[in-house]
Write a protein that binds this ligand. Structure first.
Ligand code: SF4
Length: 299
């Protein structure tokens, strides 16, 4: 850690009444200086509650957009505008309209990992933590379109038995976690509990002990009596897991489960974001109102 840079960030943060939010997949140095760490929706809700004027969102573009939708009065900065999410970008509002037209009469559920324009075209938003409960809360005969993640959609369909048609989007990082990867990690660590994220392929999910969102993983490990865990999600989560659980051992299912977009933000870029008030993320007001309706229905 560059201590001088860390100090400079702290001073600038105070000057601008700013708060730094970091996703669980960010690098250790970013999570270490953050005021709050968590998943995208948890962070946005935290941001909406604070009295900060400026939110420096260390994550990817759709997360900063969601923070802006929930906190329209605040200035939301993304320290690197190139930090995008390939999965969120796999569907546009136009493609979603065509998908709806081809499958009429279905309720559209969009994973929070989607752009504001896609949220605005959807009926309800969901997270990986609440997708199953949300679908179960809908009338049994309600048919669903799920965007953009086909793996989370399949997971929800398998767990609820509901009629769900998925858009064929996916997370390239979680796609690296195949069933073979999970099986071989279990062989290397036979005493460990295997935790996987539901953005992974269903075949891989079936090989694990628990399929959990990042927030659920953190809570599960804290409560568990077990001492060893295999982690099948983005490597950044190890920072919080190790911090919260000093006596427990964590093994990555594979060393290359790294999201390059989540790693684009570094201390220098956070300093520059605060120094130059860059890069501000805005959302068209009409779009933001519609997107917020999908989020509010979920909440
Ligand atoms: S881990 Fe996957 S879903 Fe998350 S930001 Fe990276 S590419 Fe997108």
């Amino acid at each position: 850690m560059d201590e001088a840079l860390v100090k400079e960030i702290a001073i600038l943060k105070k000057q601008h009444n700013a708060v730094i939010l970091a996703h669980n997949y960010e690098s250790d140095e970013i999570q270490a200086i953050a005021d709050y760490t968590g998943d995208s929706l948890g962070l946005s809700r935290t941001a909406a509650k604070t009295d900060a004027d400026v939110i420096v969102f260390c994550g990817v573009f759709f997360m900063a957009e969601t923070a802006k939708i929930l906190s329209p009065q605040k200035k939301v900065l993304l320290p690197d505008l190139n930090a995008g999410c390939p999965m969120a970008d796999m569907i546009t509002a136009e493609k979603l309209r065509a998908f709806k037209a081809a499958n009429p009469g279905r309720t559209v559920i969009c994973y929070v990992n989607s752009t504001a324009e896609v949220k605005a075209e959807s009926d309800i938003c969901c997270t990986s933590a609440n997708a199953i409960d949300l679908v179960k809360a809908l009338p049994v005969d309600e048919k669903i379109l799920f965007v953009p993640d086909m793996h989370l959609g399949r997971f929800v369909a398998e767990k609820t038995g509901r009629d769900i048609i998925c858009w064929k989007g996916f997370c390239p990082t979680h796609m690296k976690i195949t069933a073979d990867v999970v099986r071989s990690a279990r062989q290397r660590h036979p005493l460990a509990i295997v935790l996987i994220h539901p953005e992974c392929m269903w075949e891989a999910v079936q090989e694990a002990d628990e399929a959990l969102s990042t927030g659920q993983m953190l809570a599960f490990v804290k409560k568990s009596e077990a001492k060893e865990f295999v982690i099948a999600t983005e490597k950044g989560i190890l920072y919080q897991l190790r911090k919260d659980n000093p006596g427990k051992e964590f093994y990555m299912a594979s060393p290359d489960i790294v999201c390059p977009n989540m790693k684009k933000i570094n201390l220098l870029k956070v300093r520059d974001a605060l120094l130059k008030m860059q890069y501000e993320v805005t959302v068209d007001r009409v779009l933001a109102v519609k997107a917020k309706q999908a989020i509010d229905r979920m909440l």
